[in-house]
Design a protein around this ligand. Structure first.
Ligand code: FDP
Length: 332
């Protein structure tokens, strides 16, 4: 009897549209040949399921730990970082819609298919220092239209585009559940992965970031090397009795603040005078999502999406989150 009730209540749960159906139903919003972008999003979702499977078995097979090498950003490469990079590269290569891939794990961009119309920038596995300790990690991606003619080799103008030129962006959070959150410039939607069905289902339609919040996320261990203005802002947060929360996984900290309201800051420090985070495959995507959800993203001085990138692995100070909190930090 008890079991029947449990089953009945499960059946009664409303279940959201699958990611595939949602993408299909919403593709008319998109001003270009929409089927291609939809296919790209599906390729990314598929690769994320494979990565999710690997992340979930990480303690059981020998894929944790460092490779002993460094990536382009100078971070120590983890086995799972490299594996995730291979999974996403392969999915995008096979899909055929992308002409180039910019990745945290590769010095230069990867040429994919001259017939492809899209350029992808990706951090295949962000928060790598959390991999070994079973703490949430993520994938971040940006999608751009190429500017040079299709069928010809890609050029710098295709690669070094401003964040405001993104046509879609998203992230996957491998956390207590796995979620895919994305925007194509018409709001932000979140999907939760149902592992037994192997599908993402719409669980967070039309996500909005609270305009103000009470959570601040910053690595307080670096406080001695913050500028006076950042110190002042942190002091302001303490005076307001805000809550400090720092997971040290950008996607996880961002996602929490998106849902609950808050600010994430990675400022310039003595060690990293331009901040630590990478413009092209970390900050731009999250800035686009934040703005689409009613939040804000800034370097402290300018809108992140307005920055003209000078190179693939450029770093910028990053202030992202609830609009009023970012504005306050900018004022100081
Ligand atoms: P990680 O180096 O572990 O990959 O993207 C870099 C990043 O993590 C972010 O995910 C995270 O928010 C930040 O760096 C943590 O840096 P600190 O350890 O310097 O705070």
């Amino acid at each position: 009897m008890q079991n029947i009730r449990v089953e009945e209540s499960r059946i009664a749960q409303p279940i959201g549209a699958t990611l595939d159906r949602f993408i299909k139903n919403n593709q008319d919003h998109f001003q270009y040949a929409s089927g291609e972008l939809s296919q790209l999003l599906r390729d990314i979702a598929l690769a994320s399921k494979v990565v999710n499977r690997e992340v979930n078995k990480a303690g059981l097979i020998d894929i944790m730990g460092s490779l002993g090498s460094q990536n382009m950003a100078g971070d120590s490469q983890q086995k799972l970082d490299v594996l995730a990079n291979i999974r996403f590269t392969r999915a995008l290569m096979k899909g055929g819609e992308a002409c180039a891939l910019i990745s945290e794990e590769a010095e230069s961009y990867v040429d994919l298919n001259n017939e492809g119309r899209y350029v992808i920038a990706i951090d295949p596995l962000d928060g790598s220092s959390n991999i070994d300790v079973n703490v949430s990690i993520g994938t971040i991606f940006s999608i751009y239209r190429r500017k040079s003619p299709v069928g010809k080799p890609i050029q710098d103008i295709d690669i070094l585009q401003k964040g405001s030129e993104q046509v879609a962006a998203g992230y996957i959070l491998y956390g207590s559940s796995t979620m895919l959150v994305y925007t194509t410039g018409f709001g932000v939607n979140g999907f939760t992965y149902e592992p037994s069905l192997g599908e993402y289902f719409l669980s967070h339609p039309n996500m909005r970031m609270p305009e103000d919040g009470k959570i601040y996320s910053i690595n307080a261990g670096l406080a001695n090397s913050f500028s006076e203005s950042v110190k002042q802002y942190v002091q302001y947060c303490k005076d307001q009795k805000y809550t400090a929360r720092y997971i040290g996984s950008l996607v996880a900290d961002f996602h929490r603040n998106l849902l609950k309201g808050g600010i994430y800051i990675y400022p310039a420090t003595a060690k990293d005078p331009n901040g630590k985070l990478r413009l092209m495959y970390e900050c731009n995507a999250l800035a686009f999502i934040a703005e689409q959800a009613g939040g804000k993203a800034s370097t402290g001085h300018e809108r992140v999406l307005d920055i003209e990138p000078r190179n693939l692995h450029e770093r910028v100070p990053f202030y992202v989150g609830s609009k009023k909190m970012v504005e306050k930090a900018e004022q100081l």
